[in-house]
Design a protein around this ligand. Sequence first.
Ligand code: FES
Ligand code: FES
Length: 209
Amino acid sequence: MTKKNQLTKESGLSRRSFLKGVGLTSAGLAVTSGGEIFAEASGDASVKIISPGGATITLEVNGKKHQLKVEPRETLVEVLRDRLHLTGTKIGCDRGACGACTVIVDGKNVTSCLMLAIDAEGKSIETIEGLEKEGELHPVQKSFIEYDALQCGFCTPGMIMSSKNLLDHNPSPNLADVKHAVRGNLCRCGTYPKVFQAVLAASKQNKGE
Ligand code: FES
Ligand code: FES
């Protein structure tokens, strides 16, 4: 037995089974009129290949569903800002380094410049625009105003989303928890001390202290 055949036997993976697994056999591809291509051969509904023409997806943002056609290359932040006009979420570095684009997806902080919009389908997305309820700002937003926790404000939506998510999961954070929560949010104006103060104060307001 050749070395290649031996390796294939040991891994249990043949070229045929690999192609079948990723749904790339020609018989398994279906092309829709909208240019969307779905792989069916594997029988795995999660395997989906989209043509450059794009696909129609539904995004749930701040509790509201939006149906729109996106190209495979479009990031979540681009779709939020350019298509849904939710411009509160900012683009700083566009490469996952600054945190300006932070939103909450299924309860987790996500740098939306690194997430493709098609990957956000079926998930619950929260942006800064969704924090105000019936004209009332979220306690973290109020606290940022009260403690003057911003200067130019460019990092602020991302800072607030990270802080809000912290309080959702830990209503009584200490200073170390707050620093940890916003570690991915860079502030070129250096407002960190006031951000920490504001988040700690918001946690007290949340508890009614
Ligand atoms: S814009 Fe996404 S991390 Fe900087
Ligand atoms: S307030 Fe200016 S970058 Fe943070």
